[in-house]
Design a protein around this ligand. Sequence first.
Ligand code: MLT
Length: 321
Amino acid sequence: MAAIVVSETMEGPAMQQLAQRFDVLHDAALWREPDRLKAAIAGAQALIVRNQTQVNAALLQDAGALKIVARAGVGLDNIDVNAATEKGVVVCYTPSQNTLSVAELTLGLMLTLARKISAADRHVRGGKWARRQFMGVELAGNTLGVVGFGRIGVAVARIASAMGMKILAYDPFVAADAPILQELHAQLLDLDTLLQRSDFVTCHLPGNEQTRGLFNAEKFAAMRPGAFFINVARGEVVNEQDLLACLANEGIAGAALDVRQTEPPREEPFAAFEHVVLTPHIGAFTEQGQRRVLEAVCRDVAAVLSGQAAQDFVNFPQPPA
Ligand code: MLT
């Protein structure tokens, strides 16, 4: 019986080093088969996951030896932290290790939308050269509305501000006198006002009961007709049917989606739109980001299995005595 079960793809030097110290079962298909996963973790001390494995009360029920669930990422929407806490299982994650990677992808998507880069690429690959079709806009001087002003939202705002964008922010957990607002000359607004005033709206909210379906027909209707919408956070925050309807009516100018309601999507209705950019949840996927994420996760798993404290814990650093 393995001490550590890894239920999604997780590769890198940190994982190799962990496997030299502990018995690791790495099966990247386990997340798809809850019964097999449940059997695999029945005697395990640690479970390492990304965002696909649903770590819920049913899964943890018979995991009597489990000491730690480690989430290689920042979102905790696939982890029932309360259920783990009740069982005395440490939950740790990587709150800041992929921040820059996600922020840079966001800027990449904004530039791709602003300059129609992916459509232009398809155009040239098709043997064409009608460059006037690809008149774009500059980011500088335009207004960016950042919805969710946590680590990633702030990192995006910093880069965008340095590029000459004006920053608006919406975040119910940020105080009006937060120093970061002053530093970036950012204005904290209610969501509807932010949507009405932004040329680009980027979403950095966590996926939870409060945010599910937040971007619906009403919110898209509040956006400017020439605005762009970017989501690199969680797919469930967006009502995709409402976004499709908005795009079909030219309610906004375009959208970039790195995350989806269902991953992978069963069908791809957004493919019909030239001004939509689609990527397969790659925000955190850079060599540097993943190295930091895996180092942190492996560090905390090794610590807890050796009777020491985890650093990036959500509930407690060690299983309660
Ligand atoms: C995260 O939550 O860290 C990112 O969305 C990446 C992931 O889920 O694997």
